[in-house]
Ligand binder design. Structure first.
Ligand SMILES: NC(=O)c1ccc[n+]([C@@H]2O[C@H](COP(=O)([O-])OP(=O)(O)OC[C@H]3O[C@@H](n4cnc5c(N)ncnc54)[C@H](O)[C@@H]3O)[C@@H](O)[C@H]2O)c1
Length: 267
């Protein structure tokens, strides 16, 4: 599947963390269709190679780096290497994330809580800091931090993920203020039910498995319960998420910063 062009990103470059995942991949396609060069960062090299192969059709420059966002030195080195090869980066999609296990608060494992915070908060901070340093030198640009509707309303059985995504929205508001003088816009994106995709399937199965009063124990019923909780009564597609990233990065959003764009939340 190829994306249709709609924004003017020719000659621009986007760096996407979690570039091998479902949303990263769809966003890489969206920006490539609009002419942007793409830099992918992820832990999963095999999937990054697949995405790189898919992007060949757009005839834009593509680079990929294995990079663990929880390691600040790896993030800094990757930014240096990417800038050396591309000259500059205009847009940073700070998107790598981990959903965590699903468990009630009193049973939630401490090591997994730490892993979620390390990936979704500390990792987001490392990428944001490296991005800000680069964009400040290069004269400006735009950053989109991936939050979630779980960062707006805390869902059951996801205490670590919810904490991490509330943090991403706070990080976005502060960074937007700190970086505005340098012509750097920073926004957050908070999708609710997105799919089909790995996270959607995983969350319906794991919510069913917890056996709480909020969801059925059959994942198929859970799917319907979740879909019925959002105003549009359907899943948002990966392409709809990518389109929102493109809007927030685009010149059409030139006066938007510190904003959290919610994609059809539930209650
Ligand atoms: N899919 C949804 O329904 C949904 C909804 C709201 C928010 N989100 C958020 O969107 C983002 C992308 O989600 P997705 O659905 O594409 O999930 P995904 O699991 O398909 O992609 C996440 C990617 O992040 C990478 N990653 C994880 N830890 C990393 C690390 N330490 N360093 C580098 N890369 C790492 C993974 O390898 C994976 O490729 C996540 O932040 C997620 O929390 C997703």
């Amino acid at each position: 599947m190829t994306a249709k062009a709609s924004y003017h990103f020719a000659g621009k470059t986007i760096l996407i963390t979690g570039g091998a995942g479902d949303i990263g991949r769809a966003t890489a396609q969206r920006f490539a269709a609009d002419g942007a060069g793409v830099i992918l960062l992820d832990l999963n090299e095999a999937k990054m190679a697949e995405v790189t192969h898919e992007l060949e059709v757009y005839k834009i420059p593509v680079l990929s780096f294995r990079c663990n966002v929880t390691a600040s030195d790896e993030v800094a080195q990757t930014f240096s290497a990417a800038v050396e090869q591309f000259g500059r980066i205009d847009y940073i999609f700070n998107n790598a994330g981990y959903q965590g296990v699903f468990a009630k608060t009193d049973e939630y494992p401490e090591e997994d809580f730490q892993k979620v915070i390390d990936t979704n908060v500390v990792g987001v901070f490392h990428v944001l800091k490296a991005a800000a340093q680069h964009l400040r030198k290069s004269g400006g640009g735009a950053i989109v931090n991936m939050a979630s509707y779980a960062g707006v309303v805390g869902p059951p059985n996801m205490i670590a993920y919810s904490a991490s995504k509330f943090a991403v929205i706070g990080i976005t508001q502060t960074a937007a203020k700190d970086l505005a003088p340098y012509h750097i816009r920073v926004n957050a994106l908070s999708p609710a039910m997105i799919g089909p995709g790995m996270m959607w399937t995983r969350q319906t199965q794991l919510q069913a498995g917890v056996g709480s009063q909020y969801f059925d124990t059959d994942p198929k019923v859970v799917e319907q319960q979740m879909i019925n909780s959002v105003p549009m009564r359907r899943l948002g597609s990966l392409e709809e998420v990518a389109n929102s990233v493109a809007f927030l990065m685009s010149d059409e959003a030139s006066y938007i910063t510190g904003f959290n764009l919610e994609l059809t939340g539930g209650q």
